[in-house]
Design a protein around this ligand. Structure first.
Ligand code: ADP
Length: 484
């Protein structure tokens, strides 16, 4: 039985209170294209109210001892865990992902929150040996101020947590703007944060028109930082807007992640790892594999093994038992995938599995695309240049290590890469040569709260996770003290 109710989410959280607006926007269930809830259609005014509240709350929150801030975070995690099943249903219904993945994501939010609850206590400063007698050189770490947090729709629980948790742990107050496709899970998570009794104004969430909310956050000099995860295109807009008051940014942007399978790789393990990454969340993962480079000597075997597994993936509604591939979050993502596959096939790619929308009985109104395998993919095809962000696995062939390395780097993106080989020297050549922020060798799993995840080149600025992720929300204050 579905444990979620859709009626009472129509609010933003501002200054510790629910705010209702007359104007609302529908939240669409991607499995059937029908509204499943409504949220306020906020804009400049609502955002301004939220910034006012966050600015007012900042001095007291930032001065609170770190372990007191930590106790709010720990209670938040406990409340989420106690409500895990309902939250997972909500996430799966709103976003489309299989319930099992949604359960994992909700658990993942608590892992991030707990980790930063601890890490916030370790924001140590520094004392530096001075060059003058009687002087002390010290570095203090201070919360940066009010921050604007803008997560995307693909992991709308986990990415709320990996922004909110370090921000609160560092002593920042925030205004969160969830993606328009997935505001309900963000509000539900914030409900639990509010229930901890966190002081009014520390945590605010506004929903509505993205551009207007983004512009308002960017224009206000009291907002000292924007933490954003989403497309490179929107990241660039936010970066331009931030220039006006030299706002700090953490940007987690798009990618074009390759996986390189060398002839000495353990093929069985490589295939399982590639499947786990490529088809998680219906391929809507920023560090999801975009290109599969198979060495010519093992390509046929790799394609055969992948084809068998992809054919057996079960497409369906996320909350139904056994579903492995849910709908895409947004019809525009579906259109893009369809266009990219068509372009590849027209240019000579071989369609091995899938390659079409799924319109089976019961799924015809949702945004479903069949898990797809393409072989004989070449560099002139659009899907090798753009992030596919869908359940499509393209296989390309290579012959030589230096050649494949150059091809992997021939992109403006630099988020993630994956390599399968047993050769230690080759591993280090790939570590040295690949222009990415994150690299997995003989595996495809990267996300942990303790690891600094982030991109180079047009894939982003700054890091999420690790002590580095906490420092993204802190400023350094250097003090030279002369003792008299
Ligand atoms: P994707 O392509 O993954 O959907 P987007 O970059 O479009 O990613 O969206 C990521 C987040 O950015 C969402 O919360 C979205 O509402 C928000 N967003 C989109 N346009 C803007 C904008 N102009 N200013 C601020 N936020 C925006």
């Amino acid at each position: 039985m579905n444990p979620i109710q859709h009626d009472d989410w129509n609010y933003a959280w501002i200054n510790g209170e629910k705010v209702f607006l007359k104007e609302s926007m529908d939240v669409i269930n991607p499995a059937n294209g029908k509204p499943m809830g409504r949220v306020p259609r906020g804009g400049k005014e609502l955002t301004q109210q939220a910034i006012d509240a966050a600015a007012k709350a900042f001095p007291a929150w930032s001065k609170l001892p770190a372990d007191q801030r930590s106790s709010y975070l720990l209670e938040w995690a406990e409340r989420i865990l106690a409500d895990r099943e309902r939250l997972a249903w909500l996430l799966s219904t709103e976003q489309g992902k299989p319930l099992e993945e949604a359960r994992g994501e909700i658990f993942g939010t608590t892992v991030y929150i707990r980790w930063y609850a601890e890490e916030g206590k370790r924001a140590y400063g520094e004392i530096i040996p001075a060059s003058r007698q009687g002087q002390r050189l010290m570095v203090f770490k201070e919360a940066i101020g009010v921050v604007g947090l803008i997560p995307p729709a693909n992991f709308p629980g986990a990415i709320v947590a990996n922004k909110v948790a370090p921000a609160l742990a560092a002593g920042c107050t925030f205004v969160l703007k969830p993606a328009e496709q997935t505001p309900l899970i963000a509000i539900a998570l914030l409900d639990h944060l509010m229930a901890t009794g966190i002081p009014a104004g520390v945590a605010n969430v506004v929903t509505g028109v993205a551009e207007e909310i983004g512009t308002t956050l960017s224009a206000d000099p009291r907002v000292r930082k924007i933490g954003f995860t989403g497309s490179t295109e929107v990241g660039k807009i936010l970066m331009r807007q931030a220039a006006d008051n030299v706002k700090r940014l953490t940007l987690e942007l798009g990618g074009n992640a390759p996986v390189v399978v060398f002839p000495d790789a353990n093929l069985e393990k490589a295939v399982d790892a590639i499947m786990g990454n490529k088809f998680e969340n219906c391929g809507q993962v920023c560090n999801g594999i975009n290109l599969i480079y198979a060495h010519e000597s093992i390509r046929l075997q790799l394609v055969e093994k992948l084809a068998e597994k992809i054919r057996n993936l079960k497409v369906g509604i996320g909350t139904e038992e056994g579903t492995q591939i849910g709908p895409m979050i947004d019809p525009s993502y579906l259109d893009k995938v369809e266009t990219l596959v068509r372009d590849a096939v027209e240019k000579g790619a071989k369609l091995v599995v899938g390659g079409k929308r799924v319109t089976d009985e019961g799924l015809q109104d949702g945004y479903f695309y069949a898990p797809t395998l393409l072989d004989d993919v070449t560099a002139d095809m659009e899907l090798t240049k753009r992030e596919i962000f869908g359940p499509v696995a393209p296989v390309l062939t290579f012959t030589d290590e230096a050649e494949v390395l150059a091809r992997c780097n021939n992109t403006p993106y630099g988020l993630a890469a994956y390599v399968f080989t047993k050769d230690a020297a080759r591993m280090f050549r790939m570590i040295d040569g690949l222009e990415v922020g994150n690299l997995a060798i003989n595996g495809t799993s990267l996300a942990n709260p303790q690891s600094p995840f982030g991109g180079v080149k047009e894939s982003g600025i700054g890091r999420v996770g690790g002590h580095q992720g906490l420092e993204e929300y802190m400023e350094l204050k250097y003090v030279a003290l002369t003792i008299e």
